[in-house]
Design a protein around this ligand. Structure first.
Ligand SMILES: Cc1cc2nc3c(=O)[nH]c(=O)nc-3n(C[C@H](O)[C@H](O)[C@H](O)COP(=O)(O)OP(=O)(O)OC[C@H]3O[C@@H](n4cnc5c(N)ncnc54)[C@H](O)[C@@H]3O)c2cc1C
Length: 427
């Protein structure tokens, strides 16, 4: 039972922070702020205990480090990828456990820490700023005041301002998948497949088009999740194309669908421009472009970064900072110069990946996962320093194939401005 949910007209109370949204970013950030005794109110169209639509995946050791392994619902030790074209390709074994959050538990874990948070029902439509507070107006015309507004409304943020993309259109990760039962296991029993790029079932024409891979896992009791995924493409790949490819892949393996329990449609931007870092509203999560531009993962990053951002905000409030100074403290913690630098390097990587054909992409990933595990996991979690990141890429460059090297060097010619920005550290 959630305390403090109400619908209302107008309020004159000025809270320290107003969180807009009730997804993972909202609850993770709110509970990090609550630890500092910051007064909080929330605004979301539905009660904050409304079940989240998505089930999120994460490498298990990322949660171990945070002491949050208890939030996992499932965990696989047999984790593989396939980076060859032929069906007989040997798997790349990751030797690293992968898990799915228990999404109800994940949500409840944070709600339990927000018992005294005051939630309003509604949608934010606009914000105005005064010297010492901001005022958000809802669709129903209510005004909510706070010293700091944090927009956690996801990738299509309600209030966050960001520049138009300059050099590249926004690329999207798109996936079509299903949870269900099949005539025979679509992946080996007990297995988790991160990226299965085997593609013998595709026609020459399909193979020449943008690559897709299978993300799949055994959920137990003869239930499997299979999802055909386009890592990143601009414009986004059509669901229909992914659905046809998934059917073709399963059909080639002699697998037919017996029962569908859930169908997943997944779409989100991978390389949105960074938000304007001087604005009075702070973003967190999808609204703040926190999605990893080379993988699409974000929940682990939110869990890791929320405590520092919350501490920066709480310190600013406690020191008597007002107005823009509080938001600035948050933005500087979230998007420090070092993080901005790495963001451009990742964006360079993504743009280069999108130019690779199927064969080159497989060679790239094959080389990537030959890096030491500390390097590839640090790359995926964004926990390497800029220097370590560059060193990891240099190591990969030295032992990858010539076509991949040519592609990476060509990328420097095309997207050199991203590398330049990474040196300067400007958004
Ligand atoms: C299908 C799918 C699968 C994904 N899988 C993974 C994964 O396995 N691992 C991973 O790390 N990442 C994954 N991601 C990427 C990312 O982690 C998710 O997109 C994540 O849900 C983003 O969290 P968020 O809280 O920023 O936004 P959202 O989850 O989109 O939440 C936004 C919240 O804001 C509310 N809201 C929207 N507009 C308004 C408004 N105007 N006023 C008030 N409230 C508003 C919404 O109701 C919602 O509560 C996935 C994304 C998708 C779409």
């Amino acid at each position: 039972m959630i305390m403090g949910i109400n619908t209302f007209g107008r309020t004159k109370t000025v809270f320290d922070v107003l969180i807009i949204g009730a997804g993972p970013a909202a609850l993770i950030m709110a509970s990090a702020l609550a630890k500092h005794g910051v007064s909080l109110q929330g605004l979301a169209p539905t009660p904050p205990d409304t079940p989240w639509p998505n089930t999120y995946g994460v490498w298990c050791d990322e949660l171990e480090t945070l002491g949050l392994s208890g939030l996992l619902g499932s965990c696989w030790q047999n984790t593989v990828s396939y980076f060859g074209q032929a069906a007989a390709t040997a798997p790349t074994r990751h030797h690293r456990d992968y898990g799915l959050f228990d999404k109800h538990h994940l949500q409840q874990h944070f709600l339990d820490r927000l018992q005294s948070m005051h939630w309003h029902r509604g949608k934010a439509v606009s914000v105005i700023h005064n010297a010492d507070h901001s005022c958000v107006t809802t669709e129903a015309g209510a005004d909510l005041k706070a010293k700091l507004v944090i927009d956690t409304t996801g990738h299509n943020a309600a209030l966050i301002e960001r520049p138009q993309p300059k050099h590249h259109p926004v690329a999207y990760q798109v996936a079509y998948g299903m949870v269900g039962k099949f005539s025979k296991p679509p992946v080996a029993p007990g297995q988790f497949s991160l990226m299965d790029y085997r593609a013998e079932h595709l026609s020459e024409e399909e193979l020449a088009g943008p690559p897709t891979f299978l993300y799949a896992m055994d959920l137990g009791e003869d239930v499997y999740f299979v999802e055909e995924t386009s890592l990143a493409l601009a414009p986004a790949m059509a669901y229909d194309t992914l659905k046809k490819r998934l059917q073709k892949r399963l059909g080639a393996d002699g697998v037919t669908v017996s029962e569908i329990h859930h169908t997943e449609y997944c779409l989100f931007p991978m390389n949105q421009p960074l938000p304007k870092l001087k604005q009075r509203v702070l973003g967190f999560g999808g609204s703040a472009s926190m999605v990893h531009p080379a993988t699409g993962y974000m929940v682990g990053a939110m869990l890791r970064r929320a405590p520092d951002v919350a501490a920066a905000i709480a310190t600013a409030i406690a020191s008597g900072a007002v107005g823009a100074a509080i938001a600035q403290a948050g933005w500087q913690s979230l998007w420090s110069t070092e993080r901005v630098r790495k963001h451009h390097i990742y964006q360079f990587g993504l743009e280069t990946l999108m130019r690779f054909n199927h064969r080159e992409l497989c060679q790239f990933f094959d080389s990537f996962f030959q890096l030491s595990q500390s390097k590839w996991s640090g790359f995926l979690a964004d926990t390497l320093s800029p220097l370590e990141l560059v060193m990891a890429m240099a190591t990969m460059f030295s032992h990858t194939t010539n076509p991949v090297r040519v592609g990476l060097m060509g990328g420097v010619g095309i997207d050199g401005q991203l590398l330049l920005k990474s040196l300067i550290g400007t958004p």
